[in-house]
Design a protein around this ligand. Structure first.
Ligand code: SAM
Length: 229
């Protein structure tokens, strides 16, 4: 198990039926085209979106269907879900614009080239709400620094959760960074009443069906800070 309490990726020799789960291409400084497996051309790089922890993957499929211009990659630590959702993306005919890789975001994000992402989605992360589990959260300084580095100037970071303490932890972690400005419904606030992306995550659907409130935060990456975007 990883420090976060999730099963870590197993070695290729493992007996897991998902040992051959798709992985990011090797190397550092990965561009959007390399990540999607597209030929490098003189044309502009695809505007790549990233979902961290897509789980069963509904958001990625709906996002690809809702907008024919979207390119999106999911990084999912669970071999099984990365394999199944990547295959669903491929069989739905969206393979050139979408992929899901079995990766731990903490090791994978530093391998993205600076400014390679146009949007990052974090839907219902960290399913623990006890204070003593706070150290398991993804919103640790190193991950947030890497997010800021990989997100292009003008790019968006969207976080939604049904746990208020989690929303507050992400808000504090993001606002501790110099490179983000709130981009919610009202100027100066990160709060969004609705999800504006035409796609919902599996947990989002369940929470909404149960009539539970969802806190949604959106920030815009602004120029200048961290020297990477
Ligand atoms: C609570 S589930 C939410 C799933 C989905 N986002 C949704 O809203 O339905 C959190 C997801 O994040 C994944 N995850 C947790 N830590 C991760 C990490 N370090 N790197 C990549 N994925 C991770 C889990 O395996 C799980 O699929």
């Amino acid at each position: 198990m990883s420090a976060a309490g999730y099963p870590v990726s197993e070695p290729a020799s493992s007996r897991s039926p998902y040992a051959a789960a798709p992985r990011l291409p090797p190397g550092e400084g990965l561009t959007a085209a390399q990540i999607l497996g597209l030929p490098e051309t003189a044309n502009a790089e695809p505007r790549l979106e990233l979902e961290i922890g897509p789980g069963r993957g509904g958001f990625i499929l709906e996002r690809l269907t809702a907008d024919p211009h979207v390119c999106i990659v999911g990084l999912e630590i669970r071999l099984k879900w990365a394999s199944l959702v990547d295959e669903r993306v491929r069989s739905s005919g969206h393979g050139g614009r979408g992929r899901v890789f079995a990766e731990d975001i903490r090791a994978a994000l530093p391998r993205f080239s600076p400014g390679s992402l146009a949007r990052v989605f974090i839907h219902f992360p960290d399913p623990w709400w006890k204070k003593r589990h706070a150290k398991r959260r993804l919103a640790q300084t190193d991950v947030m620094d890497q997010l800021a580095r990989a997100l292009a100037t003008g790019g968006e970071l969207f976080v939604q959760t049904d746990v208020w303490d989690t929303a507050r932890a992400y808000r504090d972690a993001i606002e501790a960074l110099p490179g983000f400005a709130p981009h919610g419904d009202v100027e100066g606030s990160p709060l969004l009443a609705e999800n504006p992306y035409g796609a919902r995550s599996p947990r989002e659907r369940r929470v909404m069906a149960d009539g539970m409130p969802v806190t949604r935060l959106r920030y815009r990456r602004v120029a200048g800070a961290l020297g990477a975007a």
